[in-house]
Design a protein around this ligand. Structure first.
Ligand SMILES: [Zn+2]
Ligand SMILES: [Zn+2]
Length: 265
């Protein structure tokens, strides 16, 4: 088993030491854990600072990689929050250090934060979905320095800011364009099991999106808990493995030096 999305005290929204997260994966019998702390330049909500002490972070990744090398593989990762106006900065960041694995996430769009609800102000639900995925499409057109798109349907986590139901068909064309681009670029998606922690009504990405990805012959999938505490490392992974198998997916993906390796489920 491989947990490919975990935070540590290098993320400003987490205060758990890296060793504790690694130990938790080790205790659960995992063979790899990807540490993917946050860097979000110019985060739209100025109350939050998602900057990263790169020097300390990279040193810790090296140290723990070495210290645990006979027990569990520590994958040197990063979760980078992209926005249209900071693409260059994000590209440079990835070039700065030999990461094994990079998650590309959109925590905001149109210079507005999803988490605090700013993005949803004065938007009907359809408009919010179309705007979010259009913005994602344009970002992914410019930014290629990543391996998987994180929590593709993050917008679903914030349903509380929107009224009414929405059909997948309203925005599925956009998802098709996004997924096609991801596949053509040799990138992938992650399944983010924090959807269970947040009590979301859908998976992340949704079943419809996973089905869509399958139909388009998408193969690169990583599995991540997005844990910010040790107890959630590897959360609900058995359930997802069964689901993927039943859907006909054959592999789960791991990464070394940003190169995918396919492991049979
Ligand atoms: Zn994220
Ligand atoms: Zn995360």
């Amino acid at each position: 088993m491989f947990d490919y999305h975990v935070h540590t005290s290098f993320s400003s929204d987490c205060d758990i030491e890296m060793s504790k997260m690694i130990d938790s994966a080790l205790d659960k019998g995992f063979s790899e854990i990807a540490i993917t702390d946050h860097i979000d330049y110019d985060y739209p909500d100025s109350h939050f600072d998602f900057s990263l002490d790169f020097k300390g972070y990279q040193q810790s990744l090296e140290d723990y990689y070495k210290a645990y090398r006979n027990k569990i593989r520590v994958v040197k990762g990063l979760e980078i929050g992209i926005q249209k106006h900071i693409i260059k900065e994000c590209q440079n960041t990835i070039m700065d250090y030999p990461y094994d694995f990079v998650i590309c996430s959109l925590h905001g769009a149109q210079k507005k934060d999803l988490h605090n609800g700013d993005f949803f102000k004065d938007k009907k639900i359809q408009e919010a979905y179309l705007d979010y995925y259009t913005y994602m499409y344009h970002c992914l057109k410019m930014f290629k320095s990543y391996n998987v798109v994180g929590h593709l349907n993050l917008i679903d986590r914030y349903r509380k800011y929107m009224n009414g139901p929405i059909e997948y068909s309203v925005y599925s064309d956009l998802i098709e364009d996004i997924l096609k681009m991801i596949i053509t670029d040799g990138k992938g998606i992650e399944i983010n099991t924090s959807s269970f922690r947040y009590n979301m009504e859908v998976l992340s990405p949704t079943m419809e999106m996973l089905q869509h990805y399958k139909e388009l012959s998408g193969e690169i999938i990583t599995l991540g808990s997005d844990a910010h505490t040790p107890d959630y490392v590897g959360y609900k992974f058995d359930y997802i493995y069964d689901l993927l198998k039943n859907m006909g997916f054959k592999y789960i993906t791991t990464f070394k030096n940003m190169i995918p390796e396919f492991v049979r489920i």
